[in-house]
Design a protein around this ligand. Sequence first.
Ligand SMILES: [Zn+2]
Length: 80
Amino acid sequence: MAVPPHHTSQTCPNPACGHISKLNRQTQALFKCVECGYENHADTVGAINILRAGYARLACEVSGAAMPPAAGTHRSELAA
Ligand SMILES: [Zn+2]
């Protein structure tokens, strides 16, 4: 399954957050969300986000709903 890789390394994988910022990646190896404080290895975060994007696409195809992926939105401004 092809998933767009953009933002996957800058997006907070916390479902309640989803903050997207370059500042979340202060080092190459570590992801730390500036919004909620979520911390994990950058590679792990990328994998989680790719997985979630893949499931979101799958859910879209199954349900037929036109739900955009979390990447590219600024949900944190709404969820704060
Ligand atoms: Zn976060």
